[in-house]
Structure formats: C-alpha cells, structure tokens
Design a protein around this ligand. Structure first.
Ligand code: TXE
Length: 488
C-alpha cells in the first residue's frame, strides 16, 4: 500500500519531497461517478514551477552522466513498483476519471508500467549515426539529453499518457518537470511515491499540480525548460506553440482527432462490428484514437447498422467499480455538457438519434454521477459540424458511402488526422487506402493495437512530431554532428 493512498490532500513532488503549493492553495478533485469532490490537489503557480526547474537543473548533470545500465535500472524499478501496486493504481484511476475499474486494471496501469519498462530497456539499445565521407573523414552524431524538459498531459488516460512522456524523457537523460491534468491528478500523485520508493535521485522527476493556465503556462514559458511534450486539446496546443515558438523550444504536440472507421462490404463482418463497438465507446469514447465517424459501404449499410446498434444497446453503463460495466462516467460535469451540446447540435443539423442521446441517472452511490448513454447518430452530411469537430465522448455518427474514393474523401475531409481504421479483406484496397488516408496511424482490420516501437502521432491539426520508440528518444535528445577529418 502506498503511504498516502488515502490522503485527501495531494502533494507536489519537487526535489524528491512531497510539498504543498507555495501559495498553500488547493483545487477540488471530483469523483465523476458520484459527482462529488473527494480530494484536493495543490493549486500551484509559477513559483512552484521555478522551484521544480531549479531542482531539475541541479540534478541534471549527474543524471545525464549516469552509466546507462544504472539509469535503466531506475526506470525498470519504477515499472516493477507500479505493477506491485497495480490494484491500488487502478482503483485510483477509476475513481478519479470515471473509467471502468476493469479498464484501468487491464489497460491504463499495465501500460504505464510498460512505458517505464520499454524506455528503460530501449535506452540500452539507442544508437546514433555515423557517415563516412570519402576524401573528408568520418562524421558521427552525438545525441545528448536536452536538459530540463516539460511534460504536460490530459485527463483521459491519466497515468498512461503521463508516463508515455516522462519515461522517454528520463531514459534519454533529461530531468523532468511534469504536470498532470488538474481534472485527474491522483495517479500522478501516487507516482511521486513510486519515485521515492525507487530512490530516484531528487530533482530528476518533479511533478507540479495545478491549472493549465497557471502551471502549464509557467512550464511552457520557463526559459530553462528547453522542450515541451504535450497531449491535449488542439486549441491548447496552438496556445503552447504560440508561446514556445519565439523561444525556439522543441515541441511535440499530440492533439485532437476525428477518426474514421471505414467498413467495406468485404470485411470480416462480425469482427468489424464488435471492434467498431469497442473503437467507438471504450473509455466512454474519451480516447483520441476512438473512431467517431463510421463510414459503411452502402451494400451492407443496413445490415451493419442493425448489428451495430444491437450491440451498442447491450452495453452496460454503470458504476465504474462493477466488474460488468462497459462505460463508466464522463470525466466532468463540464465535459458532459459539452458532449450533450454536440448531441443537440446533431439534431439541429438534421441527424436522427438511433440510440442513446441522453444523460443517464443511475441509482445508489452513483445517483449524482455524470453518465451518458452511448449515442449513435445517422443522417448527417460528412461536412457538417458534428462530423467535423472533436466531441470526445460516447457519440458516433454512421453514414453510407458508394465508392472507395468517396470513403477516402469523407475520411480525409476534417482538419484532424490522427488515426483511421479500415475493414476489408482486399489486400490491394487495404494498401491503397492506408497510403492515401491523411492520418498518422492506420489500423487495418483492428483497432488500438500498439507496438511501442512504432511512431505515434497525427498530421494536420492532430499535432506535430511523433512519440514512441526511437522517435521519442530522438525528440528528447539534441543531435550534434562531429567531423573527424582524415585522409587515407
Ligand atoms: O484539454 P486541455 P482538456 C481534447 C478533447 C477535450 C479537449 C479539452 O477534445 O474535450 O481537448 O480537454 C494543460 N498551457 N482532448 O480540457 O485543456 C491542462 O491543464 C499549458 C484531446 O483536458 O488541452 C492539461 O494538463 N498547459 C486529448 C493539459 O494541458 C495547459 C486528450 C490538457 O488540457 C494550458 C484530452 C496552457 N495554456 C483532451 N491550458 C487527446 N488528443 O488525447 C491547459 N493546459
């Protein structure tokens, strides 16, 4: 059991110590399933960020020069400790975010541990290039850590995405100032204790809690923080880029999505239906990779629609702690209102609600929680706002298409380009579509299957840069070319 697991007042983690915000202020943290404040996180500001940067700078030299196997051992220890406390982390994540406990237990927390283990071992194999130039000599590329870097993450996959940034940053030899979402700070707080238990040297990892406009902004503005890795909304990403660009900071931005699921008549029908239910509604649709526009070839449109709706209606929206729950609570009252407003918009745009569309009022301990029935909307043109803007909830549209070209045109018509999934048994079509879809990730006959070595990220307004594998380690290092001149 982690020491502070039942604390109602979370702490920052700066220079190896658990501290309140310098101001002494706190912000409320809600349990979405019961609709009540259950804890408080430090409402930090630029003073806490400055403190964290000072600690990180002081720790940097020793951390960057640690033998690789020792740095690796720290990260692997972090992975082991997360796994050791898996149940406690999973419960904390579920209570904080509203997601089903079973999902936190099977996806979020194992992946957080995997992030540390993956990058903890990757750093042992990371290498740089050498270029022999005839008549000139040999160039080799040094890759050195950047220094102090900032990691800012969102509320939908709290520990999963937080560690997806922190682990490669540390692996590459940087010291980190990290900020979790103020909406879901609990597992980041527990991670502080994991870092203490792993005896990570003070200042190597600093976690500062608080609002985006205060702590996030202070991280982005701080002149000693040389790179920012951010996942969150596209508008926030633009704001961060505006601030960071004139300071010439390195930026990795993972932003929103409006992903298509493209179903061709020659698909493996049962698998396509079942997976599309998952890709639409896993984590209440609050995953940037969720498909939210289902495009179905006209000849199987009715059949697919009927089978899909039947399975969606069978989904169990219930207390996240129940083992049989498929969809838990929406993360916040504000986000619930946003999602509901899109359902209203869909109606005014001429859409028909095939199922769901309403806030659900559960009973007992969840009677004031923020629940929404999974919603499927039909009859909308591909270019209306409902089909163009990110909703980020359990709401999908379904529409027919006639030809491959039309499917492609519809799919590529949004400003976003994160992930697409296509369903076909035709190999030629699969390759052709994968090539022409304007997305950073394309899944063929599957969804959200991840190999952590592969590049992860989007095009257009879905972001800049890629995470994962060598891409992440390259982002968190600065290359320097060295030419040794010699003549044979
Ligand atoms: O994101 P924000 P939110 C999308 C989704 C959602 C919308 C808003 O559409 O409805 O974004 O969600 C910090 N400088 N995604 O409000 O505000 C903030 O405190 C620096 C997609 O959570 O972008 C939090 O830690 N940081 C996404 C983080 O940024 C700032 C996942 C993300 O918050 C800041 C989540 C600022 N000025 C939401 N303002 C995905 N693609 O995975 C806020 N932050």
């Amino acid at each position: 059991m982690l020491l502070h697991a039942s604390d109602t007042h979370f702490s920052n983690f700066i220079n190896g110590k658990l501290l309140p915000a310098a101001s002494g202020d706190y912000l409320p943290v809600y349990n979405p399933a019961i609709g009540e404040v259950y804890a408080y996180a430090p409402a930090s500001d630029s003073n806490d960020v400055a403190h964290a940067v000072t600690a990180a700078k002081a720790a940097f030299g020793a951390w960057a020069n640690l033998p690789l196997d020792r740095r690796a051992a720290y990260l692997i220890k972090m992975a082991d400790l997360i796994e050791e406390h898996l149940e406690q982390f999973a419960l904390a994540e579920s209570e904080d975010n509203g997601k089903p406990l079973s999902l936190a237990r099977s996806v979020d927390i194992p992946r957080a541990a995997a992030n540390f283990r993956f990058f903890g071992t990757a750093l042992l194999h990371f290498s740089s290039e050498a270029h022999y130039t005839e008549g000139m000599g040999i160039n080799y590329t040094l890759r050195r850590p950047i220094g102090v870097v900032g990691c800012i993450s969102p509320w939908n996959l709290p520990l999963y995405l937080f560690t997806w940034k922190i682990a490669p940053a540390l692996a590459a030899g940087n010291c980190v100032v990290a900020k979790p979402s103020e909406i879901t700070p609990r597992t980041a707080f527990l991670l502080s204790e994991i870092a203490q238990k792993a005896q990570l040297p003070p200042g190597v990892l600093n976690i500062v809690h608080g609002y985006g406009t205060k702590v996030g902004q202070a991280i982005v503005e701080h002149p000693q923080i040389k790179a920012i890795s951010f996942t969150g909304g596209t508008r926030t990403g633009a704001e961060i880029a505006r601030t960071a660009a004139p300071m010439f900071k390195k930026l990795s931005l993972e932003l929103g999505g409006k992903n298509p699921s493209i179903i061709f008549a020659d698909c493996d029908f049962d698998k396509a239906v079942a997976t599309t239910v998952r890709s639409s509604f896993t984590n209440q649709g609050e995953i940037c990779l969720c498909g939210s526009r289902i495009l179905v070839e006209k000849s199987i449109y009715q059949k697919f629609k009927n089978a899909f709706i039947e399975q969606v209606k069978a989904l169990n929206v219930a207390d996240p702690l129940n083992e049989t729950t498929n969809l838990g609570a929406i993360v916040s009252a504000e986000h619930l209102q946003k999602v509901l407003s899109y359902i209203q918009l869909a109606k005014t745009e001429g859409g028909t609600i095939l199922c769901g569309g309403e806030q659900l009022h559960l009973t007992d301990r969840c009677k004031n929680g923020w629940f929404l029935s999974p919603t499927v909307i039909e009859g909308l043109p591909h270019d209306c706002r409902t089909n163009q803007e990110e909703i980020f909830g359990p709401v999908v549209t379904i529409m027919p298409f006639d030809t491959d070209q039309q499917a492609l045109d519809y799919a590529n018509s949004t400003e976003y380009g994160l992930a697409a999934n296509i369903w076909t048994q035709n190999l030629d079509r699969a390759h052709k579509m994968a090539n022409l879809l304007a997305f950073g990730i394309v899944w063929v006959n599957c969804w959200m299957m991840r190999d952590l070595r592969t590049p992860f990220g989007g095009v257009k307004s879905s972001g800049v840069g890629r995470e994962g594998g060598w891409e992440a380690l390259r982002f968190f290092t600065e290359p320097k070319n060295v030419l040794i001149s010699y003549k044979i």
